[in-house]
Design a protein around this ligand. Sequence first.
Ligand SMILES: NC(=O)C1=CN([C@@H]2O[C@H](COP(=O)(O)OP(=O)(O)OC[C@H]3O[C@@H](n4cnc5c(N)ncnc54)[C@H](OP(=O)(O)O)[C@@H]3O)[C@@H](O)[C@H]2O)C=CC1
Ligand SMILES: CC(=O)N[C@@H](CCC(=O)OP(=O)(O)O)C(=O)O
Length: 334
Amino acid sequence: MNVAIIGASGYTGLELIKLLLTHPKFNITYIANSTGEENVQDLHPCLKDVVNIDVSKANAKEVAKVADLAFLALPHKTSMFFAKELLELDVKVVDLSADYRLELDTYEEHYCPHEDKAHIKDSVYGLPEYYSEEIKNSKLVANPGCYPTATLLALLPFVDFIQEGSQIFIDAKSGVSGAGKKLSEVAHFVNLNENSHAYNPFKHRHMPEIQEKIKLVKNKEFQINFVPHLLPVTRGMLVSVYATLKDEIDVEKILEDTYVNNEFVRVRKTPVDLKMVAGTNFCDIFVARNGKALFINSSIDNLLRGASSQAVVNANIMCGFEENEGIPKIAYVP
Ligand SMILES: NC(=O)C1=CN([C@@H]2O[C@H](COP(=O)(O)OP(=O)(O)OC[C@H]3O[C@@H](n4cnc5c(N)ncnc54)[C@H](OP(=O)(O)O)[C@@H]3O)[C@@H](O)[C@H]2O)C=CC1
Ligand SMILES: CC(=O)N[C@@H](CCC(=O)OP(=O)(O)O)C(=O)O
């Protein structure tokens, strides 16, 4: 199956190149960024003597000539223009941006006016543990955000057991690669090294994504209080969810039972960390209870399970391949 990567000069684009180079069924035939006219080895010097492909200036018609499926590792708003054209040219799309993740009203309230409204109804939210049947038949998969991936995998098993009307608090922490490759004051070494801080408390655009998907999957509405933090690490994401249960139930059994058939969720007996999942598609989850107080703790690699490896899992499912083909499981430890 021939595939294209648009946005190959970014952080998630590089992860896609690495995953697809070793994938047994996908073959990269097209990679692009906004300018082209380069070789991939100049774009990513780490790939010197590993791969030799020219980088194109992104063009959907050229993609359609050489690929059946395209990964869009582009900023939101840019993605929808490419997705629209690719879908009209009968190319399947896995979009890593937020452009097709949300219902139209939610998207326009938190992002910008949508320029491809017609395809929103065709998109499937690419969280494989909950949407694999829909992904199988989809031509457009909206890869979830990194914070929603780690949060929803932790929280969804417990939604039916949380006290109605109570508040859910989510304390989330991300490595700096989550912000993409653009330079910024907060990502400046002297500002972030040996430092950590919250940002956009209760205002981050992933809060409505989490809230909307809880409603869709479980038909329950809660006030979600989401606060992200920046960590002085390159990759990794740690989420702590706090909620109040209706009853003093066996939370470990609920977690085990939910994910017994999902090979990329690991239930842990001790609190999770960043390193055990770095370089993999795993989401590790730990749960504890103090009376009716619930603590759920999850970790992912934001660039992989939070973006590129989840995108390849989705592409595997869309193309009828095994979910785990070419998907990394061995962590960067130590
Ligand atoms: N980083 C992360 O951990 C996660 C990211 N995501 C989402 O994935 C997407 C990509 O993220 P990330 O890799 O971090 O972003 P980067 O900022 O690192 O890369 C963005 C890429 O988009 C390309 N691009 C921008 N505008 C255009 C254009 N008009 N035409 C063609 N290419 C263009 C850039 O090319 P050029 O070099 O030419 O500018 C670059 O290759 C975003 O939507 C992000 O929100 C989702 C989950 C996690
Ligand atoms: C550390 C950091 O800055 N992280 C990003 C989230 C990355 C991501 O998943 O964003 P999308 O929803 O746009 O795909 C942020 O908070 O904006």
